[in-house]
Design a protein around this ligand. Structure first.
Ligand SMILES: Nc1ncnc2c1ncn2[C@@H]1O[C@H](COP(=O)(O)OP(=O)(O)OP(=O)(O)O)[C@@H](O)[C@H]1O
Ligand SMILES: [Mg+2]
Length: 480
């Protein structure tokens, strides 16, 4: 393995790396930095925790130091927390340059952001939605001279998931110069390669870490097969065990919904575990505050939805628990990648019900790793089962008495307004669709009933025929 100077970085930048304990380049850095410094577009696919961020931050800072101006570089990323983390890396490594960065994410004051944008920061780190809003609503800044466009978690930015970034990306790409360097990074690039190539148009240099598995070797991947109703008891048992045995370990628990996040947090707090949550229904400031407290180990347990699945780099995280089995192997790869980073060890435990076994098979096939069963003393789990389930039910009732669902409804309406849709009209459309769906269902049911009736009629006919034949036969036999 070479060192940073042989890759073309200046001494001040190498010194800056050393201060952060970054002494030798990781493979993704060693392989992607030279082509980036040569001016090529680049697509880098390397495992979670392998230093992809520095692989693009360092060359950008190198180039920026040669010709500093703003706005020099735009980084797009799917989540707000990740935007802050990336901006921090730029700020720390670029300190000797007096780097000015600007973070443009949803949930924060737009006027302040607009002012910051107009001050020509060197680097803008943004989530696509909010940046597109700024582009649509003001002309106080220009990105027509940017040198670098970087898409971190590039595959997520291009996929049409529950948060669809594609329209916002179009708006953003519309104001960027065609002559620029485009850098795309993720631990899971491969299934969006075609779409990515259309963004990085200048024959991008493609690098993928060669490895049989898609998760890191230092990660001990486990599962526990459990009925749905015993999941929480396993969870409490596992956390009790880990916190008893290792008081310096931090744990992330991933679950599928914001509501579940909230209920589980309340429940674990009832058991006196230092728990905090992170999900998209929380106010943004609260999200940042909670993550900061978790990072500082004030709280050792974070319950999160998939907003925390990608990119977050928290070295103290020793365990990732999947309270639900992720529906897509890709999500699994990113979730469990929150531990065992930068060569450290880590454990992941996925709670699997009998209905999720096929999901585990898909995960095993994609990651090319076999998940091993996590040994648990079931007697211990059964001992706490009733208490845990009663506590959960109490927490659910408590949550229902707050306005959690109502807030969810309000948030949905806000989102619709932001998307330029009329909530009333949308509600009507939804009701209309539901009506059509119900009609279709009824129609199907009627056809099914008709078929059944016909079948029954046919059976009856056959039966009668059979009976008549029997009678005739009997009569013939009697005559004879
Ligand atoms: N060359 C290096 N030597 C040692 N540590 C490094 C090096 N490069 C980066 N790191 C550290 O490794 C950790 C993980 O890096 P980073 O967050 O960039 O991973 P990633 O590849 O982007 O992972 P993910 O796919 O989860 O986003 C960080 O704490 C970073 O400071
Ligand atoms: Mg990353």
């Amino acid at each position: 393995m070479g060192d940073f100077s042989s890759l073309g970085l200046s001494d001040w930048l190498i010194n800056q790396c050393k201060q952060l304990g970054i002494n030798k380049p990781t493979p993704v850095q060693e392989n992607c930095m030279p082509p980036i410094l040569e001016g090529r577009d680049c697509m880098g696919c390397a495992k979670t925790g392998s230093g992809k961020t520095a692989a693009f931050v360092l060359p950008v800072l190198q180039k920026l130091s040669e010709e500093p101006y703003g706005i020099f570089c735009l980084v797009l990323t799917p989540t707000r927390e990740l935007a802050y983390q990336i901006a921090e890396q730029f700020r720390v490594l670029g300190k000797p340059l007096g780097l000015r960065d600007c973070i443009i994410v949803g949930g924060m004051d737009m006027v302040t952001q607009a002012m910051e944008l107009s001050n020509q920061p060197h680097v803008v780190v943004a989530t696509p939605g909010r940046l597109a809003d700024h582009i649509r609503s003001s002309n106080t800044f220009s990105m027509s001279r940017i040198q670098f466009l970087i898409l971190d978690e590039a595959d997520r930015l291009l996929e049409q998931g529950c948060t669809d970034f594609t329209k916002d990306l179009e708006v953003i790409l519309g104001i960027l110069p065609a002559k620029r360097q485009t850098l795309l990074f993720s631990a899971t690039l491969t299934d969006t390669l075609q779409e990515l190539k259309s963004i990085a148009m200048n024959k991008p240099f493609f690098w993928e870490s060669k490895s049989e598995t898609r998760t890191v070797e230092e990660l001990d991947q486990r599962y526990i097969l459990t009925p749905e109703t015993v999941k929480d008891a396993y969870l409490v048992h596992l956390i009790q065990k880990f916190t008893d045995e290792h008081d310096d370990w931090s744990i992330i628990i991933f679950t599928n919904t914001c509501k579940n996040c909230q209920v589980l947090t309340m429940m674990l707090r009832e058991f006196n575990f230092p728990t905090i949550s992170l999900h998209s229904m929380m106010k943004q400031k609260q999200r940042f505050a909670n993550l900061a407290k978790f990072k500082a180990s004030v709280y050792k347990i974070l319950i999160a939805t998939d907003v925390a699945a990608r990119g977050l780099d928290i070295p103290t995280v020793q365990v990732v628990i999947n309270q639900n089995t992720p529906g897509l192997p890709k999500i699994y790869i990113h979730r469990v990648g929150r531990t065992a980073r930068a060569g450290r060890n880590g454990v992941s435990i996925t709670l699997v019900t009998q209905y999720d076994i096929h999901l585990v098979h898909a995960i095993e096939e994609q990651t090319q790793t076999k998940l091993k069963e996590y040994p648990v003393q079931e007697k211990e789990v059964l001992k706490i089962l009733t208490q845990v389930n009663v506590t959960r039910r109490e927490c659910e009732i408590k949550l229902e008495s707050t306005d959690f669902d109502e807030k969810k409804e309000i948030n949905k309406r806000k989102q619709l307004i932001l998307e330029g849709k009329d909530p009333e009209l949308e509600a009507k459309r939804k009701a209309e669709l539901e009506k059509i769906r119900n009609q279709k269902k009824k129609f199907k049911q009627r056809i099914q009933e008709d078929i059944e009736r016909q079948k029954f009629g046919q059976k009856k006919k056959n039966f009668m025929k059979h009976q008549q034949m029997k009678k005739k036969k009997k009569a013939v036999q009697e005559k004879a």
